[in-house]
Design a protein around this ligand. Sequence first.
Ligand code: ZN
Length: 178
Amino acid sequence: MNLFQARRKGSPLRMSGLRKFEAGSDATFMQSALSEAERAAREGEVPVGAVIVQGGKIIARAHNRPIHLSDPGAHAEMLVLRRAGRKLGNYRLKGCTLYVTIEPCAMCAGAMVVARIERVVFGARDPKAGAAGSVLSVIGNPRLNHRPEVVSGVLEGDCARLLRSFFRSARKRSRPAR
Ligand SMILES: [Zn+2]
C-alpha cells in the first residue's frame, strides 16, 4: 500500500510527531501556525506563529520577531499580513483567513480590520492583551466598518502549552546561579 492509499483509507500517518487532521481543516492550518511558533521559541522569542490562507492554500507564514528586529511591531500577525500583502500585490487581503496561535493584541487586531481579513482563527485566549474579546473588542466591534468572522479555541491546549513551557524555562534561565 503506498502512502496515498494509506491516507485515503484513513490509516494513521505519523509525520514528525504531529497529529493528522483532515486536510484543509482549521486544525491543519493551526498546526502550521504552531510550527511557526516553535521556530520563534527556538530563536528566544515569545512563541507565537501565524499563517494566512487563501483558496485553501497557505500564502504566507511568520513568527514573532520583535527582539531580533528591535521592532515592537514585529508580532507574528503583523509580519504575516505584510508578507501576504506583498504576495498578493494588494494591501486588502480579500478572502483570506489568518490563523494565529494566541488571541491577537490591539495592534494586530486593528491591522487585520484594515486589511479586510475575512476570518480570524486563533488558539488560546490572551487574558492580558487579547483584543478579540478578552481585554478589548477590536475584532468584531460593531462600530468598525469591517468585522472579520472569529473562531477561537482551535488547538487551544497545544498553543497555550507552548507559551507556558516557554515562560517556565525563561524564568528558570533568569534565576541567579547558585
Ligand atoms: Zn500583536
